[in-house]
Design a protein. Sequence first.
Length: 331
Amino acid sequence: MCAGPTYRNDLSPNATPESQIRLELYARMPGWQPPSIRMMLISGGLFVLTLLTTLLVGTVHMLAFLEHPPPGIVLGREWSLWQTIWHQPSILLLGIPYAVPLMLILLSHELGHYLVCRRYDVDATLPFFLPAPSLIGTFGAFIRIRSLIPDRKALIDIGAAGPLIGFTVTLPFLVLGILWSRPVASDTFGHEAILFGEPLIWKILTALLRNDPPGTDLLMHPIGLAAWFGLLATNLNLFPIGQLDGGHVAYALWRRRARWVGRGLWLVLVGLAIHNYVWIAWTVLTLFIGFWHPPTVWDDRPPDRKRRIVAWLSFAVFILTFMPDPIRLVP
């Protein structure tokens, strides 16, 4: 049931001129709209393309993980892999343990936002996936909110739903990935190797689930790699800056003071970018996103105790998934 229509025409006689404008605008705006056929085709098409790119990348990750790759493939020679895929497309099935978990994690994150928007009668697009021929196979996914958010309670629910649901879906894949990864000697990784950082939740689960000998590192199973990228996506979105998921939650708690929180975290990002250049892109992107957040319709209505707990729970997930060195290259 949608909560929005129950107070869509609730115009407060004591509202300030600024908030009265928002109230009148909200009363005239249509609520949640079912997706058009064009939107469904675009969303579905991008989903299929992203599934394909993640299958390709997942196949590469699985071949790197296997001790004995299929005949005809020479690791380190990309042409042999693409030649094999061209003549034997079924080899892409090797990418399923990576592609399917990653797509489920991203989809659950965005559907969390989308379904809560629908509950509050807030119009939003379907999830749009971004295919990319990169180390991950995608630049992630997003939805676009196209109407005003009624109050700060709804803002917390909408902002926190994606990261919390996505994190919950990630955990079983993370457990399987840690269990199925295999220890290798630390000096196994030669020059130009890519080392992935370990967020706090990874360290906790590894300590609980494994007892590897000293002097070893984990060669991640592709399922664990997909879960790792899910943790990274969750963490980036939970930075309390502007209109990121964490920015929604921060504004719902602190209103205009949230922009100072965002500016402080952005300075932390600058320090991280100096420490590790992989943070440069996110530092620049968040600067373009900005620190301003639009007010909700009934902005003077504070979130209740339950929503404050949800907000702080999302910040706890931010801490559990944070890593100062997400990716490090061995020179």
